[in-house]
Design a protein around this ligand. Structure first.
Ligand code: SF4
Length: 303
């Protein structure tokens, strides 16, 4: 049944000259039919040079929006319209606009996990992997970092010469892990390394052997031979377990499950490609151009 559905999707994909992009947090059966998988930054870069009529994004809304911002002439589909990162909507864009008016010399840095309307008010986007490098290259004395204060704190710690003003946003999934989770898991797995995402709170980040994006955690785990306590979405621990069956990849906390990232099903993908479901991303051209500016700046500053 699963294989049949995957084959039907692949045949529809060919008919529509479509490309499927999937975030690394998507289920294995979706990753199997994707043309490209990766974290937010890898997907943003990939979105720049896609040769297809239709792009179907398996992830959350801001990722599909990013594909549309970079590919206005393509049909961009989000298979499950309800899949949306809660952090992307934690700030009213008007508040950022007002902040900019009050602080005209400030550079506003937005984590890519933000809505299109919010991006349109910002100067530069960053991802978790590119944030330290990009912020280090910003000349402004005053930098406002939105919305994730955990990611912002980590960047500030790495770049003590920079002065970051942080917002009070956070990822509701990663923000739940605690120093007690670290202590409990280190006691259970005393020889394991701890690898965490910078969306985790500072008291967790400071105990980690590696702090990095999803791609960096995967790379770190793949380059070693020991057990790794995984401090990011559980899908990554599951995927590592399948790739390296003789090693252990316990997840740091049972709470590390993003329901939005898990919302998209193979059936959603099928119906979106068939035209009986999903949502085509549309946006006003003026908004698209305003939101493209910080994404272009991110790609340029990261080269
Ligand atoms: S894991 Fe956190 S940042 Fe990522 S999509 Fe889910 S809520 Fe958003």
């Amino acid at each position: 049944m699963l294989k049949e559905l995957q084959e039907s999707i692949l045949s529809l994909k060919k008919e529509r000259n479509a490309v499927i992009l999937a975030h690394s947090y998507q289920s294995p059966e979706i990753q199997e039919i994707a043309d490209f998988t990766g974290d937010s930054f890898a997907l943003s870069v990939k979105a720049k040079d896609i040769d297809a009529d239709t792009v179907l994004l398996c992830g959350v809304r801001f990722m599909a929006d990013t594909v549309k911002i970079l590919n206005p002439d393509k049909t961009v589909l989000l298979p499950n319209p309800a899949a949306s990162c809660p952090m992307a909507h934690q700030i009213d864009p008007q508040r950022v606009k007002d902040y900019k008016t009050a602080h005209p010399d400030c550079c506003i840095v937005a984590y890519v996990n933000t809505s299109t309307r919010l991006k349109a008010q910002c100067d530069v986007c960053v991802t978790s992997s590119s944030a330290p490098k990009i912020v280090s290259r910003i000349p402004n004395e005053h930098i406002l970092f939105i919305p994730d204060c955990n990611l912002g704190s980590w960047v500030q710690k790495l770049l003590p010469d920079k002065h970051l003003t942080l917002w009070d946003g956070h990822c509701p999934v990663h923000n739940q892990v605690t120093a007690e989770d670290c202590a409990r898991m280190k006691a259970l797995y005393p020889d394991a390394k701890l690898a965490v995402h910078p969306e985790c709170p500072p008291e967790v980040v400071e105990q980690a052997d590696l702090v990095g994006s999803t791609a960096e955690i995967l790379q770190y785990a793949s380059s070693r031979e020991d057990d790794i306590i995984v401090g990011t979405e559980k899908t990554i621990a599951d995927w590592l377990g399948l790739q390296f069956p003789t090693r252990r990849f316990p997840v740091l906390s049972k709470k590390l499950i993003c329901h939005d990232m898990r919302m998209t099903t193979l059936s959603d993908v099928y119906h979106a490609l068939e035209g009986s479901g999903g949502e085509e991303i549309v946006m006003e051209e003026s908004l698209r151009l305003a939101a493209k500016r910080p994404i272009d700046a991110m790609i340029e500053l990261n080269t």
